[in-house]
Design a protein. Structure first.
Length: 301
């Protein structure tokens, strides 16, 4: 057989076989604005304008795809070396464009989406606010980044929250908690993801779901509610004992107060993959500072 004709025939057969293969399906994702965004291939250069979204990308094992983050993103440590492109509400558009991203992840509240789309940059707006949202966003980003085991990662997070709840003694369950997000005072209400974690831990939130997830409260409301335990970040605790009427509350009188340093506060207030760490921190607070914690120790539990 003529070797040239043999090679040409083989090439022709291979070409026909490749043509017969189905075309690679485009990746599509519907963001939280209801916008359908289509990608020819999984994004490789990602700019994130929301810390919880950058943390989700990294939790999925794809940190290397991040080429820029907002000024507040600081976990994991490796992202601190990335270019910072401003904040979610005031991003530096020119700097983002210069990074040549094939995807920008941002919160639904960001106003930069239209400008970036007009410049030909694909934008996906996602903003987790509840436990169900954290799961949904994790799976959605996992689909977009073609990570096959995103569901397994979510199951591990959820199981860790459950383990934190199971670690608590019965004596601290039902503790009435006030969680201050920042000194507005803005609180984490029952319907927030923080409130959902407290509920799973068996605590009671003094801020009902009817007031919204993160309401700004009249300080007198908190005094009248008289919580058993207060959780607050180090950034917000200054001057708390000078607030009118606050030293009359049982939590302040009995030093039933947990003050979280900045790094721990970030874990607590970001609705992302570190939700399990937030649950462990709240469980540790309840076990150590709730009025019922002393009862548990006294009974040897």
């Amino acid at each position: 057989m003529n070797p040239v004709r043999y090679i040409l025939g083989a090439v022709a057969l291979l070409t026909l076989a490749l043509l017969a293969l189905p075309a690679r399906a485009a990746l599509q994702i519907t963001d939280d604005h209801g916008v359908v965004v289509t990608f020819e291939r999984s994004p490789q250069r990602i700019v994130s304008l929301l810390p919880s979204l950058a943390e989700t990308v990294c939790e999925l094992g794809q940190c290397q795809r991040l080429v820029g983050v907002d000024r507040y993103t600081n976990w994991p440590a490796s992202v601190k070396a990335l270019p910072q492109v401003g904040g979610g509400l005031d991003p530096n558009i020119e700097q983002i464009v210069a990074l040549r991203p094939d995807l920008v992840l941002m919160a639904t509240s960001s106003r930069a989406g239209e400008r970036l789309r007009a410049l030909g940059i694909k934008v996906v707006a996602l903003e987790p606010k509840t436990h169900a949202d954290v799961q949904r966003v994790l799976l959605k980003i996992g689909q977009l980044l073609e990570v096959p085991d995103a569901q397994r990662i979510w199951r591990a997070i959820d199981a860790a929250v459950m383990a934190a709840a199971q670690s608590l003694p019965a004596s601290v369950r039902g503790t009435r908690v006030y969680f201050e997000v920042n000194p507005g005072p803005y609180a984490a209400g029952e319907s927030s993801f923080i409130g959902e974690t407290l509920t799973r831990l068996g605590a009671r939130n003094i801020v009902p779901a009817s007031l919204g997830p993160f309401p700004k409260l009249n300080p007198e409301y908190i005094v009248r509610a008289d919580p058993d335990l207060i959780m607050v970040g180090q950034r917000s605790v200054d001057g708390m004992n000078q607030r009118p009427g606050w030293m009359s509350m049982r939590a302040m009188r009995g030093q039933h107060l947990c003050v979280f340093p900045a790094e721990e506060s970030d874990s607590l207030i970001r609705p992302g993959p570190r939700m399990a760490e937030g649950a462990r921190l709240m469980a540790r607070c309840l076990a150590g500072k709730a009025p019922g914690a002393g009862v548990a120790k006294g009974t040897g539990r």
